[in-house]
Design a protein around this ligand. Structure first.
Ligand code: GLA
Length: 367
């Protein structure tokens, strides 16, 4: 199969989407509730079993051709994109034959839209179907997360994989990262003349870099020093009286505030109060910028310009240090906001951003 051709005749083809996140940033690994939704960009994976124990992987998005023996899987080193695929094979932990795997997709990479979770979840969904493994969508999300934590070495929470597996059209996924329960919230933007605009700042982020792990560690330090099994149980009162290192305190104050904003946003969504939703989004941006310190100048500029031009809410999204932002605004204002952000970027000599309107879409599926 040439690199640029997806194997449509594979024994099974599955696809899974990237995600956006309305609210609940950097609280998934702290046991919080998050409010993501799938975007319409997806990754497809075709898998055909082989009669030997060789795993071969090609992607239309990479010139690499990967060939690995099952026996070498645990210690394999190679391109990160392929490690997301192999990590799922590793963490699914079943005796399987060799596999021919082909990948194709349009989830932008390094844009904070979870192209990695889309790839992992598509692989997990395809394997589950092909070998009749019987895992539920939530179990597949956990397998995908394990691949990323243990095989790729990125200490992410479960939000991206849960969103990719469980999302539904026109809804926000309400995912509780502590109990693992989930529900769906209505997201009737069209009825209110509103849209979600995603702005890719074109500053690439690599979550396997240190900044994300460092924030994760600060939260873990606080959790263990307070003797809690989850920061979800950190009440504002306990937080006030806690004896924490000043920097750890600053980081954790984002966590405490964000968990509170999520609760309020859920209530606001239930009554279609989008003014309130927008204001919580903007508060989250300030918290991620000033307390968690993971925003970046291009995104701060885009957020300011959007708010000056009629956005109800605007914030950076995802792991931080690059990637995309999420903006809630009247549909009619989109052309103006996009043009104003572009000209502000040009004036600063920043790489031109890319924008798209996000419609909450469906999660992983067999094609
Ligand atoms: C990345 C991680 C997620 C989550 C977000 C921040 O997308 O993969 O687990 O922590 O950052 O909310």
């Amino acid at each position: 199969m040439p690199h640029d051709q997806f194997d449509h005749n594979a024994s099974v083809v599955a696809s899974a989407p990237g995600r956006a996140n309305l609210l609940g940033e950097h609280i998934d690994y702290a046991g919080g509730i998050v409010l993501p939704f799938a975007i319409s960009y997806r990754t497809s994976v075709g898998i055909t079993p082989r009669t030997d124990k060789t795993i071969r992987i090609r992607s239309a998005q990479s010139p690499d051709f990967i060939e690995v023996q099952w026996s070498d899987l645990a210690t394999w080193q190679g391109p990160t994109w392929a490690r997301y695929v192999l990590g799922v094979l590793h963490s699914i932990d079943r005796e399987l034959p060799g596999l021919d795997i082909s990948v194709d997709g349009d989830v932008p990479q390094g844009s904070g839209l979870s192209s990695s979770a889309a790839l992992e979840c598509a692989v997990a969904t395809a394997l589950n179907e092909l070998f009749d493994l019987g895992f539920s969508p939530l179990e597949l999300a956990k397998i995908a997360k394990k691949a990323e934590n243990e095989y790729v070495g990125m200490p992410c929470g479960l939000m991206d994989q849960a969103a990719s597996m469980l999302s539904r059209e026109n809804s926000i996924l309400q995912f509780d990262c502590l109990s693992l329960e989930h529900d769906y919230l209505p997201f009737n933007l069209n009825n209110h003349g509103l849209s979600i605009l995603i702005v890719d700042s074109r500053v690439k982020h690599e979550l396997v870099d240190g900044g994300y792990a460092n924030r994760f560690k600060a939260c873990e330090t606080a959790r263990t020093s307070l003797g809690l099994d989850s920061l979800r149980h950190l009440t504002p009162e306990l937080f006030e009286s806690a004896d924490l290192d000043p920097l750890v305190r600053k980081r954790v104050s984002h966590i405490v505030g964000e968990m509170d904003r999520v609760e309020k946003t859920i209530q606001a969504l239930k009554v279609d109060d989008f003014q309130a939703v927008g204001s919580y989004m903007t508060q989250t941006h300030a918290s991620l910028r000033d307390l968690f310190e993971i925003s970046w100048v291009e995104m701060d500029l885009a957020v300011d310009v959007a708010l000056d031009n009629g956005a109800l809410g605007a914030r950076m999204m995802g792991g931080g240090f690059g990637g995309s932002g999420i903006f809630l605004l009247p549909k009619a204002e989109i052309p103006t906001v996009v043009a104003q952000i572009e000209s502000a970027f040009t004036a600063k000599n920043y790489t031109p951003p890319k924008s798209f309107i996000a419609e909450p879409s469906t999660g992983a599926r067999i094609e």
